[in-house]
Design a protein around this ligand. Structure first.
Ligand SMILES: Cc1ncc(COP(=O)(O)O)c(C=O)c1O
Length: 515
């Protein structure tokens, strides 16, 4: 640090005597330093291994057993951030992060987050920060329009897609007539008189989702007391989409056996492959059967911002609820998830409970978002989303997602042209599922080879990929989703994969395809 850049002298010494917050000058000084740090980090993320190479316990061992008795200097705290914390970070914001569902914390989103922390509002009621509530309504309206969902949907922002789905399923259960879950508890067994001991009829609710559904659906069922046996997983077709005739048959069978079907969860963009369940057919069935249709478009929904990808949400206008997760593919920092619902009154009925100390005389038309879910306190998440939507604009966001789709298709074409690799699923969005199939190896050795390829490239730290199992085969997954990813990073991934394969087989390196 140069002399000009010295921390303000006064507070470094005085701060233990103060009963107030950090002095504004010190905050300004370190604020600038932190923003400089972040700007350098975002420019040079590639200097770090994508997947943290920390060993278990490394971070804990490097930090003291107990909190410091006296306050420490920001200099020391920032030095430890570099020394201890950064080595234990897996860099999701690295342009060669291709694992899971790759995401981005874009620079405008990071700036928005700073205001969220600075305002520190608790947006439980409209009056506890009208800007938080109304900005949430505005950004939700903008997103709804961008996705092409009709005005009959209104929205709410939660932290994650998992919680959005949990709330949607709670609303679906609330909509079952004759149940008194709110009043009487988990199973909501209808009573024929006032005495629980004389309950006459038990109800076994059933929820349906494809075998490729995200684990958050079963977790929601566990949390809501439906249990895993309350979820029936429907087989998928050869392209990993829910088989809607198997769904119809399952519902019929369950009704005959005395179950009460109440909800179907369809997915637009499954986690493993990005497949899309046949939402229009499922919507027909749900309408016929009187079931709540929830669509998990947490990943794939964002693609509908791209005009030529609007079709991915076909049929979703008939769903009761749809989750789209801007912290996956809309360049918004974790966490921010949106739930759109056509029956908000039912969601509110499931959750609203207003104690005396939170009653207000505010007019009816204001929204109190505490009524839309289990949590009371909620931060102003919409502000980072607002920054992102305004900074990039609808076209800028669409162009970036389109670019990811194109890069994914090009990578898939390299796989298709290679004799050493094969693709294991269609590429609908920006997820490519593939595996190495060198001629020298028999099928029974391919799982372990591919697992070793994944471990080898991840250990080297230049790229990070993850895996799934498709039709029993160990499958490598590469997901393009970070805002800083370019074609060069895809070339690097291709090179790393081919290099790992050659080393593991002790063979020669195939020619690069991406020049
Ligand atoms: C299809 C799908 N749904 C839900 C989720 C859960 O998302 P979250 O981490 O926001 O709960 C994921 C996460 O990858 C997903 O891929």
């Amino acid at each position: 640090m140069t002399d000009d850049n010295k921390p303000p002298a006064q507070l470094s010494e005085d701060k233990d005597a103060s009963l107030l917050d950090m002095d504004a000058e010190e905050f300004r000084h370190y604020g600038h330093e932190v923003v400089d740090w972040i700007a350098d980090y975002l420019t040079n993320t590639e200097r770090y291994p994508v997947l943290s190479q920390a060993r278990p316990g490394q971070i804990k061992e490097a930090l003291p057993e107990s909190a410091p008795r006296k306050g420490e200097s920001m200099e020391d705290i920032l030095a430890d951030l570099d020394r201890v914390i950064v080595p234990g970070v897996t860099h999701w914001n690295h342009p060669a992060f291709f694992a899971y569902i790759a995401n981005s914390s874009s620079a405008p989103s990071i700036l928005g987050e700073m205001f969220s922390a600075a305002f520190n509002v608790n947006a439980m009621l409209w009056r506890t920060s009208p800007s938080a509530t109304e900005l949430e309504e505005v950004t939700l309206r903008w997103l709804r329009q961008m996705l092409g969902l009709p005005e009959s949907f209104s929205g709410v922002i939660y932290d994650t897609a998992s919680i959005s789905t949990l709330c949607a399923i709670a609303a679906a259960r609330q909509a079952v007539s004759g149940l008194r879950v709110r009043e009487d508890g988990l199973a909501g067994t209808p009573e024929t008189d006032d005495k629980p001991a004389r309950r006459k009829k038990e109800i076994f609710l059933r929820l349906y989702a494809s075998a490729h559904t995200h684990s958050s659906i079963e977790k929601a069922a566990i949390t809501l007391g439906l249990g895993q046996s309350g979820v029936r997983l429907i087989p998928a077709d050869a392209e990993f989409r829910m088989d809607s005739s198997a769904l119809a048959k399952a519902i019929e069978e369950d009704r005959a056996r005395g179950y009460t079907p109440f909800c179907v969860v369809a997915t637009v963009g499954t986690t493993s492959t990005g497949s899309i369940d046949p939402v229009p057919q499922i919507a027909d069935l749900c309408e016929r059967e009187g079931l709540w249709l929830h669509v998990d478009a947490a990943y794939g929904g964002s693609a509908a911002v791209v005009p030529e990808m609007k079709w991915v949400l076909e049929g979703c206008e008939r769903a009761d609820s749809v989750v789209v997760n801007p912290h996956k593919w809309l360049f918004v920092s974790v966490d921010l998830s949106t739930l759109f619902c056509r029956r908000m009154d039912v969601l509110i009925e499931a959750f609203s409970l207003v104690p005396e100390y939170l009653r207000t005389g505010d007019p009816e038309e204001v929204k109190n978002f505490m009524d839309y879910g289990p949590q009371l306190g909620r931060r102003i998440r919409a502000i980072k989303f607002w920054f992102v939507l305004r900074y990039f604009g609808v076209e800028g966001i669409a162009a970036r997602i389109r670019n990811h789709l194109e890069m994914a298709r090009e990578f898939a074409a390299w796989i298709d042209r290679s004799t050493d690799f094969e693709r294991l699923a269609p590429v609908t969005f920006a997820i490519i599922c593939f595996r190495a199939i060198p001629a020298a190896l028999s099928e029974d050795r391919l799982d372990s080879l591919n697992e070793r390829i994944m471990e080898e490239v991840n250990r080297r730290g230049k790229i990070f990929i993850s895996h799934t199992k498709l039709d029993g085969k160990f499958t490598l997954r590469l997901v393009v989703g970070n805002i800083r990813t370019t074609r060069d990073h895809l070339c690097l991934a291709w090179d790393e994969l081919n290099g790992a394969l050659a080393r593991l087989l002790d063979g020669s390196r195939p020619e690069a395809m991406c020049q």
